[in-house]
Design a binder for this molecule. Structure first.
Ligand SMILES: Cc1cc2nc3c(=O)[nH]c(=O)nc-3n(C[C@H](O)[C@H](O)[C@H](O)COP(=O)(O)O)c2cc1C
Length: 330
């Protein structure tokens, strides 16, 4: 039953409902992506911290569980600039936490994430996901063109109408308008960070007006009311933006580490160097069941979250949205 007001995205992504499970590097599993896809949404795998072997394995697992369309997501940041003074300052700030948790020597600040490159492109051309999405802009044309030629649908996030126009000119098939409420890393790539603090409700209609390709709303949408509001545009726990985990601004639930590092935001090493320094603190806390030093990525709608299996959540969102749209129409 297709009763959605606009079916462009459904046709483009080969999905039943206009809902995309967020790619969450380090958190989302092939089982989650398969469950979301099987429920009629678009399941996504956050591949930003995987090498080609890990991506191949995860896609195999996903395909064992689902034969529906899915999305592979990658980061495409520029390599970080190295500043030994910043590295040393961050090491100084983190040293008391390392001592408290009984961790050994702090690792050197090295890049941990894999920006999308030639080797990953070759793998994608072999695996042929229906959709590839990118965060922090788009890779070079030479890396995107072969994917488009192979029929892979390309998505990327914009945080301003200007970024959306740039992505459209670069050839993306649809644009994710990522409002300031969104959990995890900001996807900005062209606009200065401070000019990207636009809420979803304000951003989505401006992006829709700025481009011709379909627009996907992201940030603060957690139930049928939010989905209906986003379609019509076509406070939860205390979250905050922080650079202290990875080096790039990302939104997460406030905890001890985020608060302790807040005054030092401007002095920290570039993305993703900070990951290497904060990584052992995160791992040690996870092993102890403490949230003090963990990156609790979450958006401003975190208070609306429901603990449900993915298939049940997709069903609930669809039912809520349809009821809300019918109420508005009636
Ligand atoms: C735990 C977590 C991890 C995320 N990781 C990624 C990622 O790897 N790639 C990406 O493009 N977006 C990532 N995001 C951002 C989401 O794609 C999306 O923009 C955001 O979750 C939407 O806002 P909401 O959290 O209010 O629903 C992440 C978000 C969260 C909460």
């Amino acid at each position: 039953m297709t009763t959605w007001p606009d079916t462009r995205l459904l046709d483009l992504l080969q999905i039943e409902h206009p809902i995309i499970q967020a790619p969450m590097a380090g958190s989302a599993t092939p089982a989650l992506a398969a469950a979301a896809s099987n429920a009629g949404a678009l399941g996504s795998l956050g591949c930003a911290m995987m090498d080609t072997g890990a991506v191949r394995g995860a896609v195999g697992e996903l395909r064992d569980r689902s034969n529906r369309a899915f999305n592979l997501n990658f980061f495409c940041h520029a390599p970080p600039g190295h500043d030994p003074a910043r590295d040393a300052r961050a090491a100084e700030l983190l040293a008391p936490f390392y001592r408290e948790l009984g961790l050994g020597e702090m690792p050197a600040a090295l890049a941990t994430n894999f920006p999308f490159g030639e080797e990953m492109l070759e793998l994608l051309l072999e695996l042929r996901p229906q959709v590839a999405s990118f965060h922090f802009g788009l890779p070079d044309e030479a890396l995107v063109r072969p994917l488009k030629d192979a029929g892979v649908v390309i998505l990327s996030s914009a945080t301003t109408p200007g970024e959306a126009r740039r992505l459209e000119a670069m050839g993306v098939d649809a644009i994710i308008a990522q409002g300031f409420e969104a959990g995890g890393h900001r996807g900005h790539f062209a606009a200065p960070y401070e000019s990207t603090w636009i809420g979803t409700l304000a951003l989505v209609p401006q992006v829709v007006d700025a481009v011709r390709v379909p627009v996907i709303a992201a940030g603060g949408i957690a139930d049928g009311r939010g989905i209906a509001a986003a379609l019509a545009a076509a406070s939860g726990e205390d979250t905050a933006m922080t650079r202290a985990f990875s080096g790039r601004p990302a939104r997460g639930i406030r905890n001890r580490y985020l608060d302790a590092m807040a005054p030092h935001e401007e002095t920290l090493p570039d993305f993703p160097l900070m990951n290497t320094l904060a990584g052992p603190l995160r791992k040690a806390c996870a092993a102890r069941g403490s949230g003090d030093f963990i990156a609790l990525w979450a958006g401003q709608a975190v208070g609306l979250n429901r603990t449900l299996p993915a298939a049940e959540l997709v069903e609930t969102l669809v039912a809520e949205t349809r009821a809300r749209l019918a109420a508005v129409a009636g």
